[in-house]
Design a binder for this molecule. Sequence first.
Ligand code: DGY
Length: 323
Amino acid sequence: MANPRIVVTRKWPASVEEALKKEFDVALNATDRPMTVAALKQALGNSDALCPTVSDHINADVLSAQPLRAGIVASYGVGFNHIDLDAARSRGLVVTNTPDVLTDCTADLAMTLLLMVARRAGEGERELRSGHWSGWRPTHMLGARVSGKTLGLIGMGRIARAMAHRAHHGFGMKILFTDPYPPPPEVIRGLAAEARGSVEEILREADFVSLHCPGGRETHHLINAERLSLMKPSAFLINSARGDVIDQHALIEALKTHVIAGAALDVYEGEPAVPEELKHMENVVVLPHLGSASSETRIAMGMRVLENLRAFFAGKEPRDRVA
Ligand code: DGY
C-alpha cells in the first residue's frame, strides 16, 4: 500500500523533514512562503494530511474544500486559534497540536522580553551600533529594576508556570496570577504565588504583566484601553501569547500618553504586519514571534507532529488531539 500523502506548508528543520519522508509521501512547500487559500484547499483535496503552522489560517473557507481527501490537520505549534475547530469537526477532520515540548523555550523568551524592556536592552544596542554611545555615566539609560518586583500572569498554564519559576526562583519576583482553571495547590505553593480573582486586580498590582492566555474569540482584545488604564504608569506589558489578546491601537495610545512605561511583544494582531508606530517607539521591544525558536525545540515540535501523524494513520488516537 502506498504511504499516506502529507502536505507541509512551510520548511521544517532538515532532520524532521528526513524523518517524515521515511514514513510518508511528503509534498513540501519549497518557497517557505505562506500558501494561498486556493493552495491550502487543493492540499486538503489531494492529500491525506495537511501540516500547517500557527501562521496558516485554516479557517472555514479553507476547510470547505471540495473534494476533501485529508483526514487530519496536524499543526506544528501549540496554539490552535488559527484553525476553525468547529469547521474541522463538521468535515470530520482530526486536528492535533504540539504541546509540552516548547514550554521552557517559550518561557525563556517571555523572560527575555521582560528583561529587555525593563533594562532597555534593545534601545542600548541600537545606540551603540549607531555610534552614539558616549561612555559610562551615572544617568545613562536608566531602566527599571527587575529583581524583587511583582510579576502578574494572566493565564497560568504550562508556559506561565515555567515563566513564574524563572521569575520567582531566579529573580526573587513576587508572583500573582489569574486563571479560571488554576494550577494544583502544590504548584502554587512551590512558586509562592498568589491567586487573584480578576484580570483587573493583576493589572492594578503588577510591575510586569505577562499574557499567557490562548488566543481566539474569548480573549480577543482582553487588554483594551480601559484595562490598560488600570496599570501602574511604571508597569510593563509582555505578550508572548497571541497578538489579538491586545487591542494594538489602544496599546499604542497608552504608550504614547505614558499610561504605561513600556511593552515587549513577540506576537501581533495580523502578524507578520507590525504597526510602524510600535517599531519606532524606544520603550517597546518587538520580536518576530520567536517564542519556540530554538533548534532543539523546533525539532521536538516537528517530531511531535510526526508522532501524531503516525498514530492517526495507524488507526490510533493521536496523543495531541484537539478536535
Ligand atoms: C505556538 O506554537 O503556538 C507558538 O506560538 C509558536 O512559537
